[in-house]
Design a protein around this ligand. Structure first.
Ligand code: AR6
Length: 171
């Protein structure tokens, strides 16, 4: 049975097939969840990311997980929030969809996401959660391998936003 799970935690501890990194377009690391993932994976992750020469917003690239429990890291730069009239929702949906498609191509059954763009990139949490839940739900209908998508929320406010979005979507 395919499903979305929403938990509170640290995504670097996720012991599944892939975790998604809320990266920037250089793919060369940063703060937030990106910094945490690079610290936990070790320097080999930088070396692997360097080879891509960056990644456009809304697209995704896959590397190994190196020292992480997860087998793969899927790196996607989400959009920076510029008020909502600059394709932000489309670009955020693209980040989720392209990450899921890439994981599915690599045979992943379990994939975990952080709350993309709602930290430094300032995307409003409620709206971001709606985009995430809708995009993941649509994707799961046609997924070949992906069975469980886990939203790993770092704090209580984020956790509640994703739980509410999932409840609203399932109404
Ligand atoms: N596990 C799960 N979620 C986390 C973790 C963690 N270990 N650490 C932080 N979060 P952000 P963005 C949450 O700012 O908005 C970086 O510098 C965090 O609380 O990491 O997409 C990149 O290099 C928030 O809910 O990502 C980019 O330059 C969520 O992850 C830029 O930040 C996303 O916050 C991307 O900004």
């Amino acid at each position: 049975m395919k499903k979305i799970e929403i938990i509170r935690g640290d995504i670097t501890k996720f012991d599944g097939d892939a975790i998604v990194n809320a990266a920037n377009t250089t793919l060369m690391g940063g703060g937030g969840v990106d910094g945490a993932i690079h610290r936990a994976a070790g320097p080999a992750l930088y070396a692997a990311c360097e080879k891509f020469n960056g990644c456009p917003t809304g697209e995704a690239r896959l590397t190994l997980g190196f020292n992480l429990p997860a087998k793969y890291v899927i790196h996607t730069p989400g959009p920076v929030w510029h008020g909502g009239q600059h394709q932000e929702a489309t670009l955020l949906a693209n980040s989720y969809r392209h990450s899921l498609e890439l994981g599915d191509q690599y045979g992943c059954q379990t994939i975990a996401f952080p709350s993309i763009s709602t930290g430094v990139y300032a995307y409003p949490l409620k709206q971001a959660a709606q985009v995430a839940i809708q995009t993941i739900s649509e994707f799961l209908k046609t997924a070949k391998h992906v069975q469980v998508v886990t939203m790993v929320c770092f704090d209580a406010v984020t956790l509640k936003a994703y739980q509410d979005a999932l409840n609203d979507y399932q109404k």
